[in-house]
Design a protein around this ligand. Structure first.
Ligand SMILES: NC(=O)c1ccc[n+]([C@@H]2O[C@H](COP(=O)([O-])OP(=O)(O)OC[C@H]3O[C@@H](n4cnc5c(N)ncnc54)[C@H](OP(=O)(O)O)[C@@H]3O)[C@@H](O)[C@H]2O)c1
Length: 284
């Protein structure tokens, strides 16, 4: 049955989102705007009404009153609620799922094993870890497949490739490091962009132009790296540095202050938090 579903033509599938918060909205918007899934094939629920109403008005998706109705209406169910809300949401409605459903969880720190305990009859259980640039189709999306879902890789890549870079990452160290560096990573980059902007404001630039210049600096560096994709990042950095020059002085100070160590430490803290959430959400 699972293999049959994996080959269902794209145009047949109805896709339901349980939860239309930040990530649910970002993915719905990207799937529609990229043309991958038409709005009339997208169904959504949310605990409170406001976001749903907005999504219906903005994109014309189908709004459904209950999660059970959504599961009945869709072949693919994407769970986009917070990790701590996932089990309380699924437990009372688990029997609504058919073995043929494709269930995709976006929740950080909620393992496939725990998902399988909640939905023992569903064959195709998949985890996807997106990040918010999905809205502009510049996401990094990691995915891992449940033990009975090995044939679903092409389907996941087909569905999500318009949203950005789709990377298989088996559960464990790979999926966890992707969760931190890419899922949370956007938040870390914005943290640094704020320091940049504040420093420029302190040195006399108005807020708007300071923001624009910081964004353009990050964008410019990223686009250079895209264009020169065969060059190591270190070589691109070297093009900015002249011996005893201005950049060299700044970099030397960054290294003396061990910014790399601070970043690595922060990443490891985020990994620990991911493991902690996984322990609290575990279903044994
Ligand atoms: N945001 C990111 O950058 C990011 C990145 C990677 C992965 N994720 C994962 O994506 C998931 C969603 O994150 P988020 O940032 O989008 O959170 P969020 O903004 O809080 O959205 C979660 C949504 O789920 C709704 N909800 C809660 N219980 C529900 C239920 N029983 N039935 C239907 N809807 C329900 C909430 O409704 P209310 O409006 O009533 O609160 C809320 O709108 C999380 O598991 C997170 O780990 C997020």
């Amino acid at each position: 049955m699972a293999n049959d579903t994996a080959s269902v033509p794209r145009e047949w599938r109805k896709i339901g989102f349980i939860g239309t918060g930040h990530m649910g909205q970002a993915m719905i918007q990207a799937l529609i705007e990229s043309g991958r899934v038409p709005a009339n094939k997208i169904f959504a629920t949310n605990r409170s009404d406001g976001k749903l109403k907005k999504m219906h008005e903005q994109f014309g998706i189908n709004v459904v009153a209950t999660n059970e109705q959504l599961i009945d209406s869709c072949e693919v169910v994407i769970i986009a609620v917070k990790p701590q809300d996932l089990a309380p949401m699924l437990e009372p409605i688990a029997s609504t799922f058919l073995p043929s459903h494709i269930v995709i969880s976006l929740a950080a720190g909620f393992s496939l094993r725990s998902l399988q305990k909640l939905l023992p009859d569903v064959k195709a259980l998949i985890r996807v870890m997106p990040n918010t640039p999905a809205t502009i189709r510049r996401a990094v999306l990691g995915y891992c497949l449940g033990k009975d879902a090995a044939s679903y890789g092409p389907m996941v890549e087909d569905l999500f490739s318009p949203l950005g870079l789709v990377v298989p990452a088996p559960e464990g160290e790979l999926f966890q490091s992707l969760t931190v560096a890419c899922g949370s990573g956007t938040g870390f980059v914005f943290e640094m962009m704020q320091y940049w902007q504040e420093w420029m404001e302190e040195h006399g630039f108005e807020r708007d132009i300071a923001r624009q210049m910081v964004v353009q600096t990050f964008l410019g560096a990223a686009e250079l790296a895209v264009k020169a994709k065969d060059l190591p990042l270190h070589d691109l950095q070297d093009k900015v540095v002249s011996k005893k020059g201005v950049t060299a002085a700044g970099l030397q100070s960054m290294r003396e202050l061990e910014i790399e160590r601070a970043l690595r430490y922060s990443f490891e803290k985020a990994v620990l938090r991911d493991s902690e959430i996984e322990r609290t959400t575990a279903r044994d």
